[in-house]
Design a binder for this molecule. Structure first.
Ligand SMILES: C[S@@+](CC[C@H](N)C(=O)[O-])C[C@H]1O[C@@H](n2cnc3c(N)ncnc32)[C@H](O)[C@@H]1O
Ligand code: SF4
Ligand code: SF4
Length: 300
């Protein structure tokens, strides 16, 4: 990241903390809700089965930029299935760079080629080692491994949603990420219990076990892209939400924090660690700010 970009983000952070501003800095555009999978824990696939147009996405990027957003995520459905008028994800990222975004990331299930050198970070969902991942996500593990091996860049961050089926495999997945030369880091979320997926939620003792494990692995300098200090706050469930520094846009409709903000009662059960981390950072939590500087400068 360039020095002037870092200064813009620092200035934004200071203004949000001191003046309690509720402006967004991170925006996510949902490109499509089409998905080739139907994972056990997911509630956002194939609802309207829409592929959003290239023009509407470009318009949304420009709108985001003009409101001050500088960190952009593309998400789905399956993000990498998106195409329109001969354009694909790489074209969108190039346009985002031209508009001026500092960081442009994508989130994917990894079943489509991961050769996207234009992305700063490719968040690749992997929900356990082979058998467990396939139980949650269908028979996709081998395809994903091949796509990781074939990727020309090491800009991949494993994205694991920890739930009842996979929480015993956290260490194994971290060790896998650490050893693979094309993987740069690993980031965790905990299961968020959308209707029909409540049975996948960890009980308190299980959450405690996973948090202790992740903290132990961070201390061992494993490449974990979560803030150490946010993990205990997640356990206490004592953070302010929704997070006003993040917005999501789907078909021009804007949601603060996540689309999940509209699901009654879900925020109190939220397992998305990014929301905990942003909430702490923009409330001026000094430990989180120090962790952020250490972590983000290492992996972004
Ligand atoms: C909705 S998916 C969209 C992008 C892409 N299809 C994928 O699977 O990465 C984005 C991320 O949300 C995670 N996710 C889905 N449902 C979740 C839930 N109930 N709780 C926590 N994370 C969830 C997925 O595991 C994935 O890492
Ligand atoms: S691949 Fe992503 S969008 Fe598709 S069902 Fe799984 S978590 Fe949901
Ligand atoms: S706090 Fe944010 S990420 Fe968590 S459930 Fe609510 S809207 Fe979704």
């Amino acid at each position: 990241m360039k020095k002037k970009d870092f200064l813009y983000l620092a200035h934004f952070g200071i203004k949000s903390i001191v003046f309690k501003e509720k402006k967004p800095i991170l925006g996510t555009i949902i490109l499509t809700d089409y998905c080739n999978l139907s994972c056990k824990h997911c509630a956002v696939n194939n609802i309207n089965k829409k592929m959003h147009s290239y023009e509407s996405i470009i318009k949304e990027m420009k709108r985001f930029y003009s409101t001050g957003i500088r960190i952009l995520f593309f998400c789905g459905g399956e993000t990498l299935l998106w195409q329109d008028k001969g354009k694909n994800i790489r074209d969108l990222i190039k346009e985002a760079r031209k508009i001026g975004f500092y960081i442009v990331n994508v989130v994917t299930n990894g079943t489509v080629t991961l050769d996207i050198p234009e992305a700063d970070v490719i968040f690749l969902s992997l929900d356990g080692m082979k058998d467990t991942h396939n139980l949650i996500r269908g028979d996709t593990y081998d395809t994903i491994m091949k796509n990781i091996d074939d990727a020309s860049n090491s800009n991949i961050c494993i994205y694991m949603a920890v739930n009842k089926l996979n929480f015993k495999e956290v260490q194994e997945v971290v060790e896998f990420a650490d050893k693979n030369p094309n993987i740069n880091s690993i980031s965790f979320n905990f299961h968020t219990p959308y209707k029909g997926t409540e049975h996948l939620t960890l009980i308190r003792e299980e959450k405690l076990e996973v948090v202790s494990k992740i903290k132990e692995l961070i201390k061992k300098k494993m490449p974990i892209f979560n803030l150490y200090s946010a993990l205990d706050v997640y356990l206490k469930n004592s953070w302010d939400r929704p997070c006003y520094q993040c917005i999501v846009s789907e078909e021009g409709k804007i949601y603060n924090c996540g689309r999940c903000v509209e699901v009654e009662g879900l925020c109190t059960e939220c397992g998305y660690l990014f929301a905990v981390e942003f909430s702490l950072l923009f409330n001026g939590n000094v430990r989180a700010i120090i962790d952020m500087i250490k972590t983000y400068l290492k992996y972004v």
